[in-house]
Design a protein around this ligand. Structure first.
Ligand code: GTP
Ligand code: MG
Length: 235
């Protein structure tokens, strides 16, 4: 029986985290759940602690203050490796990623070390128009600058086996935010990690406001250019 860990990071997701936990537990009965909360001022941590009574598979790691999404993901990757999980799924807690689609992302690990949920090629992007334009723009640019056989580079709905995780945690990341998620892909590609993708449906966040500064969009474009230049140099 393979051991699976489903992870999300939260900062002020008090209205979203309960439905997320319920959705994940229903979609993947045997999986453990890890949440990294940065002492959210809206009481997300207390909501999670309440849910833990009814959902004993949930583990909460609380950090003292807002420390960024990328370091929460690296924490989850190390946690999955240290605790011997066969698969790690990462996703957002705000309703944008659908727990019902977790099985598809995990099942794809039977043919690859890594799987990303794609919002094209059979998937859908149902967020507001400006967000759709930005995501599609970033992904089209990434396909040209950093081709690696996938259509999606920015979303965090992903599944990793230990081979993929080891490639990532060995790397010293220069980027955080959205750029971190792109750099992860390039690091795995360089290490020869096999990759695949499955269609997902991406919705606007259910409740609350965005936590990621919007300058991240420009920083991720810069990261794309830097990673592409590094590729050219290596060739
Ligand atoms: N622990 C932790 N979680 C974070 C941090 N920043 C964002 N998150 C969580 O990471 C996930 C993605 O962040 P979002 O704010 O949804 O980013 P986004 O999807 O670009 O923005 P929206 O358009 O509002 O959905 C959510 O579950 C957030 O609660 C952080 O600094 N620490
Ligand atoms: Mg979001």
């Amino acid at each position: 029986m393979s051991r699976e860990l489903i992870f999300t990071a939260t900062y002020n997701e008090a209205n979203n985290i309960g439905p997320w936990i319920e959705g994940v537990a229903a979609a993947r009965t045997g999986a453990d759940i890890l949440i990294v909360d940065d002492s959210s001022p809206d009481g997300t941590g207390e909501v999670i602690a309440d849910y833990m009574n009814a959902f004993p598979r949930v583990t909460l790691h609380t950090r003292p203050g807002k420390s960024g999404l990328s370091s929460a993901h690296v924490y989850a990757m190390n946690y999955a490796l240290d605790n011997g999980y066969d698969a790690l799924v990462t996703m957002d807690a705000d309703g944008s990623h659908q727990p019902a689609q977790i099985p598809a992302v995990i099942d794809a690990l039977s043919s690859a070390d890594f799987c990303i949920g794609t919002r094209t090629r059979g998937g859908s992007h149902q967020a507001a128009l400006p967000r759709r334009i930005l995501s599609h723009g970033a992904n089209i640019t990434a396909r040209v600058l950093l081709p690696m056989g996938i259509s999606e580079y920015t979303t965090s709905f992903r599944a990793f086996d230990p081979i993929a995780l080891r490639a990532i945690v060995a790397h010293d990341f220069s980027a955080s935010g959205y750029a971190f998620f792109i750099e992860c892909l390039e690091v795995m590609h360089r290490a020869g990690v096999t990759m695949t993708e499955v269609p997902i449906d991406f919705l606007d966040r259910f409740s609350g406001t965005s936590k990621i500064p919007k300058n991240q969009i420009y920083l991720s474009m810069l990261a794309l250019t830097r990673l592409s230049a590094n590729r050219l140099r290596r060739h």
